[in-house]
Design a protein around this ligand. Structure first.
Ligand code: ADP
Ligand code: ZN
Length: 531
């Protein structure tokens, strides 16, 4: 048999049929596999569910030697290896969950050339013994999964990934393929640079997930809104609900259970055995809801997750996209639903200020949050905003499958409202030397004589009661949007409101402030059938 052009190609296709039982390659899989089988380096950006695994598994099977897969997802290695073995692929892993004998056995198999694929945690590659082991065997390809973990500014940074650049130096003849579902230009560049892949070919798939409907609703009573959303649109469906704190995870899971929805909690504070049991139930059972912190979901391959709900604002669009991307991997209609309100903005801004990290780190975190807020507040197509964030042109100006496309939000001229808010903040600070949070500002605008208003004589301010034309919800919405637009800022541990440099232009009437209209009565969904 001669190895003409296309030989690798047909061998790859034969492997796809024979081992995996699939008819055809998807998207760019074939081009990627051909390139790597021929010995080339590759950087692959593909959304979750796009089919990244085959891109290194098939080259590992086609090329002589063992494919070494670097992955941070230790908890999933056993499952991945079991699934491959069930297909007849000779796979093994080395990680900290094994005992000495198990590891010895895998090492022996590798050295004897009896492994097609070997999964390793990145920290293993900092150990000389592992590098020595690898040097004594034959390696067909290095796959670096979840490659965005090398990005120091990303949300999943793993210092051990920085050491992976040595793979290219130590094994210059072994092709390397880096894969991720995170696709901002900055991350893409960092992966290429830090993993030392200057001559790699780049494969960037579309990040559009057309079957996912994106919706962001104003937060009123989030658990009740969630319950209504589940009952009306996803009864009996499997899904993930993300909350920021462990406490809120626990309470939300209890609340759903008490209301007849099968739900289990998942967060880092639970026993490892409980977490594993809940994850296993989610994968195996139909219609289970997992309420989780972000600790849940990375690498979870459950095709029929019908919804992902956020009760708290994610810290970045990357995080939001990855989390929502766990819905609808089978291509069927799914919903990404989020409840978002003023307190989310205040809380996240406070977290960044009081959090660790130097000034540059904080600036990056603030920029990530700003982009996320802009997505929440946009009156344009959400999908368009998401794709633009990832550097892709949306195919249509409006997708027709997000809330802003389905019910375009009304905007109103909020210039005067903005001036009222900002002047109240200014008065408090200039006339009284005081700073207060959003609640007190709203009470002053509405002219409410609460205990705290009386205590501080705020009913004597000239701005007291100047905002009776709007409701409390509308004022909170206006303040939220001013914060999101950077026309107002949050300070200190109490989250007091202060002006920004940009506030001046509003107070001086040099600019207009268009605002999104707050729905009169926030509802969980558009499709509520009864009033
Ligand atoms: P990713 O790692 O990009 O999130 P996976 O590699 O886990 O995606 O693939 C997602 C799902 O799609 C898996 O169930 C996988 O078996 C399936 N899949 C991948 N490629 C193909 C293909 N060419 N034909 C059919 N199914 C595929
Ligand atoms: Zn849209």
């Amino acid at each position: 048999v001669t190895e003409g052009p296309g030989a690798a190609d047909s061998e790859a296709l034969a492997t796809l049929h024979r081992v995996f039982g699939y008819d055809a390659f998807r998207g760019e899989q074939q081009a990627i596999i051909e390139h790597v089988v021929a010995g080339g380096d590759a950087v692959v950006l593909m959304p979750t569910g796009g089919g990244k695994s085959l891109c290194y598994q098939i080259p590992a099977l086609v090329r002589p030697g063992t494919g070494v897969v670097v992955s941070p997802l230790i908890a999933l290695m056993q499952d991945q290896v079991d699934a491959l073995r069930a297909l007849g692929v000779r796979a093994g892993f080395i990680n900290s969950t094994q005992d000495f004998d198990e590891r010895r056995m895998v090492e022996a198999e590798f050295l004897a050339g009896e492994l097609d694929l070997l999964y390793l945690a990145p920290e293993r590659l900092r150990v000389d013994a592992t590098l020595d082991l690898l040097s004594r065997g034959k390696i067909s390809v290095f796959a670096i999964d979840e490659a965005h973990c090398v990005s120091q500014w990303g949300h999943d940074f793993r210092p051990d990934y920085l050491a992976l650049s040595l793979l290219g130096e130590r094994w210059p003849d072994v092709p390397r393929i880096a894969l991720t579902a995170t696709a901002t230009r900055a991350t893409h560049q960092e992966i290429t640079q830090r993993l030392n892949l200057p001559t790699a070919r780049h494969f960037v798939a579309s990040f559009d997930r057309p079957n996912i409907q994106y919706r962001i609703v104003p937060k009123a009573d989030p658990r009740k809104q969630l319950l209504a959303f589940l009952r009306e649109e996803h009864p009996g469906d499997a899904g993930i609900v993300y909350c920021l704190s462990r406490n809120s995870v626990e309470r939300t899971a209890e609340f759903l259970t008490a209301n007849g929805i099968q739900a289990v909690p998942y967060h880092a504070g639970l026993e490892a055995a409980t977490r594993a049991a809940h994850q296993a139930r989610f994968l195996r059972e139909d219609g289970l809801v997992v309420v989780a912190t972000i600790a849940f979901g990375m690498g979870i391959d459950k095709p029929d997750v019908r919804f992902v709900a956020h009760l708290d604002l994610p810290k970045s669009i990357e995080g939001y996209y990855q989390e929502t991307g766990r819905a609808g991997r089978d291509g069927l209609p799914s919903t990404a639903w989020m409840a978002y309100g003023l307190n989310d903005v205040i809380q996240q801004r406070k977290l960044i200020q009081s959090g660790e990290g130097d000034e540059a780190f904080r600036r990056r975190a603030a920029a990530h949050l700003d982009a996320m807020l802009a997505l929440c507040e946009t009156a344009q197509c959400r999908r368009g905003q998401l794709l633009a964030y990832f550097g892709q042109d949306p195919e249509a100006a409006a997708c027709g499958n997000c809330d802003t496309c389905l019910t375009p939000p009304e905007t109103w001229d909020g210039t005067i409202a903005a001036q009222k808010v900002l002047s109240t903040v200014v008065r408090l600070q200039r006339e009284r030397g005081q700073k207060f949070g959003a609640m007190q500002i709203v009470d002053i605008l509405l002219g409410k004589r609460t205990g705290k208003v009386i205590q501080f004589d705020h009913d004597q301010l000239s701005v007291f009661g100047i905002g009776q034309d709007l409701s409390e919800g509308e004022w909170r919405g206006a303040i939220r949007q001013l914060l999101a637009q950077g026309l107002l800022a949050v300070e200190g541990e109490y989250g007091t409101l202060v002006l920004t440099e940009a506030s001046g232009s509003v107070l001086r009437r040099e600019r207009e402030v268009p605002l999104r209209k707050e729905p009169k009565k926030p509802t969980a969904s558009r499709s509520r059938s009864t009033g």
